[in-house]
Design a protein around this ligand. Structure first.
Ligand SMILES: N[C@@H](CCC(=O)N[C@@H](CS)C(=O)NCC(=O)O)C(=O)O
Length: 211
């Protein structure tokens, strides 16, 4: 039985959707950000960075959402959430997982926490605006690469699609949201139709508009 430390809509949504796609037994443990629980002594023992999520798998305690999902797809190879090891498609899968985590996901930190990126908090608005513009260019490229899809790996649905869905969702209140790109809106719509995704959103209490 896995335990996933989460907060609704946070980076934990990606492994949460993956766990439901896999059909694995898991328990959700709320890290109450409204009380800064991510900075509690108890949580810092699990993730000294004070960030959500964490997955506990027996004696293994993992932070980093992409690493958690890579571990889950390895633990459940027959669920098809990643192409077989050593295939060109597996390489494409790694490309998207790494790109999404170290490019748009990392950039979102500047969008959501701009004051952490400047010594002078008065500049935070400018940092946020620039982050939004960089994210826009990143989503332009992703949309172009995705094309008609239907998935990031073409005909093969993978965990990377869940990741992209979460990142598109995070930008829903941007001046030029990711959903403005027809490829990304169509992709998010397809992911949203999946029963496992619906179940995860419902369990986290996330309501429309989802993206
Ligand atoms: N690289 C980390 C980033 C996780 C992250 O930034 N989580 C956010 C929520 S989406 C968080 O914990 N924010 C609370 C804080 O920074 O205090 C991962 O992918 O797990």
């Amino acid at each position: 039985m896995y335990a996933l430390y989460y907060f609704p809509g946070n980076a934990s949504l990606f492994p949460h959707m993956a766990l439901r796609e896999i059909g694995a037994a898991f328990e959700l443990r709320l890290v109450d950000r409204t009380k800064d629980a991510q900075r509690s002594e108890e949580y810092l023992r699990l993730n000294p960075n004070g960030r959500i999520p964490v997955l506990v798998d027996g004696d293994l305690v993992l932070f980093e959402t992409a690493a958690i999902v890579l571990h889950l797809v390895d633990r459940h190879p027959r669920t098809g959430l990643a192409p077989p090891l050593g295939t060109p498609q597996r390489g494409e899968f790694y490309k998207w997982m790494v790109h999404l985590t170290n490019t748009p996901q990392a950039e979102y930190r500047a969008w959501f926490y701009p004051w952490q990126h400047v010594a002078d908090r008065a500049m935070a608005g400018s940092v946020k605006q620039a982050a939004g513009e960089r994210l826009g260019r990143m989503f332009d490229v992703i949309a172009e690469q995705l094309g008609v899809g239907p998935w990031l790996l073409g005909e093969h649905f993978s965990a990377a699609d869940l990741f992209l869905f979460m990142l598109v969702r995070w930008g829903r209140e941007m001046p030029h949201p990711p959903r403005d790109r027809p490829e990304l809106a169509a992709h998010a719509g397809r992911v949203l139709e999946r029963p496992a995704v619906q179940a995860a959103l419902e369990a986290e209490g996330l309501k429309a508009p989802i993206f």
